[in-house]
Design a protein around this ligand. Structure first.
Ligand code: ARG
Length: 442
């Protein structure tokens, strides 16, 4: 086989760990000096060598290709400072090194993604505030159900994203455990100081079991699950954008640059960005399944299968980040078309629950009220009328309890404003909700 190196190696996808690998090696070397396992002058040469590699990488210089990033850096170090570079690998193995690298890397990325999610929440809240007086139909089963504030609908997504952020905070805790010093699988007979390395690398904890430490990829799977749920939330929002943009709804417009035309149908404005985000969820869920399958059934401790952990982690990370960045800009450009949301509310009898509640408030058992209103709606359908277009006489044919004040309960804004329960859609409740979510934003 010609391309055996490419098959066997991981350099093509793990070289993005170069910087964190060097950071880990510097910490390990300092610890080796501190514990007198290597002498200070060798330690200094190693650290200077590693620092010079790091500098060159930052300038855009590329490491020569090796089996993996760990070998590439070690070989480059030896090229630069001679064979004492090889002392760096005392009391460690690539097995504890690789998972250390991935943990350092993910700890950084978790903070970055949390900030991007926070930015998305801010845009959702801003749009909620801007559109605080827009009433639109709320749906269940995608059928018109009851009127809600558009702001309430947008904030539902801000709360989902809040949970996504909190889930990442939790994932961070389990990522923040240093495996370095577990060596290949059994620990080491050198008198190392793992706590010193952990402090240097800003890890909160050190792993308790060397076999577990080198083979554990739970943190990575959790991270990809976090990414999966985040993109799942984005697909739900994108689906709504797609529906709301459809002329049948016409509830919103978004900036042209998030749409594309058709090569054949001149009238088309396709919601491509929202569709691409929806589509990208497929690969992120795939990344999760890939990673779970890679770790499944692996006996302790390290197995080379684990090398395949990185592509799905990076793929999920890169794509979710990209989708978040796009959705932030797309949401920023979102405008509600009030005339269409209002018109839509004339259809679908979305005041029906209110009429039933009216009867129930007047002592009619709710089940009976429900059945009366069902008949009223049927009557409207047969006579092509809306609930607003019925006279009080027509209402009284169904129940004598109806008085003229029933019409007050058919006004969409009134209906919304009556939903004052905690977490409900009244303007008052929604303003409180905005205050509460703002407290959770940085
Ligand atoms: N490239 C490997 C990985 O990504 C590094 C660890 C190799 N360990 C070994 N025992 N072959 O997992």
């Amino acid at each position: 086989m010609q391309n055996f190196d490419q098959f066997f190696g991981s350099f093509s996808f793990d070289n993005r760990l170069a910087e964190v690998d060097i950071t880990g090696s510097i910490a390990h070397t300092k610890m080796l000096v501190k514990t007198k396992i290597i002498n200070p002058s060798d330690g200094e040469k190693i650290i200077l060598g590693l620092t010079s590699i790091l500098k060159d990488l930052k300038k855009g210089w590329k490491l020569p290709k090796e089996e993996d990033i760990h070998y590439a850096i070690e070989k480059e170090l030896i090229r630069r400072i001679g064979s004492i570079g090889g002392k760096m690998h005392t009391a460690r193995s690539r097995n504890d090194q690789v998972t250390t690298d991935l943990r350092i890397y993910l700890k950084q990325e978790i903070q970055i993604i949390k900030n991007i999610i926070n930015d998305f929440q801010k845009v959702l809240v801003k749009k909620a505030v801007e559109n605080i007086d827009v009433v639109m139909p709320g749906f269940t089963h995608l059928q018109p159900a009851q009127p809600v504030l558009a702001a309430h609908h947008l904030l539902a997504y801000a709360w989902m994203m809040q949970r996504d952020k909190e889930r990442l905070v939790d994932c961070y805790k389990r990522t923040d455990v240093l495996p370095l010093g577990s060596a290949a699988l059994a620990g080491t007979s050198f008198n190392i100081n793992r706590q010193y390395t952990a402090n240097f690398l800003d890890f909160k904890n050190i792993s308790e079991n060397s076999l577990d430490a080198v083979s554990d990829r739970d943190f990575a799977a959790e991270f990809v699950f976090c990414m999966s749920l985040t993109i799942l939330h984005l697909t739900r929002f994108c689906e709504e954008i797609i529906l709301w943009m459809n002329p049948e709804f016409g509830y919103i417009t978004i900036d042209d640059r998030f749409t594309s035309g058709s090569s054949i149908m001149p009238q088309k404005m396709n919601p491509d960005c929202a569709e691409v985000i929806r589509g990208k969820s497929g690969r992120v869920f795939g990344d999760l399944i890939a990673l779970l399958t890679i770790v499944k059934s692996l006996p302790l401790a390290y197995n080379r299968d684990l090398q395949e952990d990185k592509p799905p982690v990076f793929d999920a990370l890169d794509n979710v980040k990209m989708c978040l960045e796009v959705i932030i800009e797309m949401t920023e450009s979102l405008k509600f078309v009030k005339k269409n949301t209002s018109k839509s509310m004339e259809k679908g009898f979305i005041a029906a629950t209110e009429i039933a509640d009216y009867l129930a408030r007047n002592n009619v058992p709710f089940r009976v009220a429900h059945s009366i209103v069902k008949d009223i709606v049927l009557y409207c359908r047969e006579n092509s009328k809306t609930l607003n277009e019925l006279s009080i006489e027509e209402y009284n044919k169904f129940s004598k309890i109806f008085k003229r004040d029933i019409f007050k309960y058919l006004d969409m804004k009134n209906i919304v404003d009556m939903k004052t329960s905690y977490g409900g859609t009244s303007k008052k409740s929604v303003l409180r909700q905005i205050k509460n979510i703002k407290r959770k934003l940085k």
